[in-house]
Design a protein around this ligand. Structure first.
Ligand code: HEM
Length: 208
């Protein structure tokens, strides 16, 4: 597996796999097969993929340790960038299809619906992580400061879960929220275990 992950073709394959859900959603939108409420389906699916990509980003370090697939680290940046891309597409779909790209309406909605405020906060916190995901930015920041900044990914994951929970609370439909909360809680517990053992969060959140 490590040999395959280190292969020059692996990077484009990973990027293509990460883009696949978006391609599928775009195709379904063009074919008009998104269901009775295509705008809602698109916004929700992009939200789901943001959370899935976030879980995948957090899973890289434990997966590396459990499987010995150390070359997974080569692909973590792509998965992180995909998280940001899906989050941005999710926000854009909402701003455009739900709010008609009107700043006034957007601001009013943020003030009116707490789950929108929490989602916005999570997305805003993703911005500095995305902006510092390139080699030059890592060099400029320095490894230590980069690591400290990128710990925000846990806060973002928590806000993502809260956003999802709050949205689903209108219909008391928590089954999926619980699945994601258990996954993210488990991944966080794994990291904290490293802290208690004296390794700190540093090793698992390294620039790679
Ligand atoms: C890291 C950031 C975010 C994550 C992880 C996230 C995740 C999610 C998830 C999982 C859903 C539910 C999908 C479903 O029901 O299957 C959702 C719904 C939604 N999110 Fe987000 N979201 C984020 C940021 C945002 C932002 C910035 C906005 C807008 C300002 C936003 C607006 C919405 C809306 C409008 C819905 C659908 C609500 C409805 O259908 O009534 N989200 N999001």
């Amino acid at each position: 597996m490590n040999r395959w992950l280190a292969h020059p073709a692996a990077k484009p394959v990973v990027w293509a796999l990460l883009a696949l859900p978006f391609g599928w959603l775009l195709w379904s939108a063009v074919q008009n097969t998104l269901g009775a409420n295509p705008a809602e389906a698109l916004i929700r699916s992009l939200g789901d993929w943001t959370l899935r990509a976030l879980c995948l980003t957090l899973a890289i370090s434990p997966l590396r340790q459990w499987t010995g697939w150390h070359q997974l680290l080569r692909h973590r940046r792509a998965i992180g960038v995909a998280t940001f891309a899906y989050g941005t597409l999710h926000w854009l779909a909402y701003a455009w299809l739900d709010q008609g790209l009107e700043i006034d309406a957007l601001l009013k909605d943020v003030a009116k619906r707490p789950f929108i405020l929490v989602g916005t906060l999570a997305w805003l916190l993703l911005l500095p992580l995305a902006a510092t995901s390139f080699n030059r930015a890592i060099k400029w920041l320095g490894g230590k400061r980069w690591q400290t900044l990128h710990k925000a990914i846990y806060l973002i994951a928590g806000l993502g879960i809260l956003h999802f929970f709050w949205m689903r609370s209108a219909k008391s439909n928590y089954a999926e929220v619980l699945v994601y909360a258990v996954i993210i809680g488990g991944l966080l517990a794994w990291r904290l275990r490293g802290v208690w053992r004296g390794g700190g969060l540093r090793r698992s959140v390294s620039p790679g």
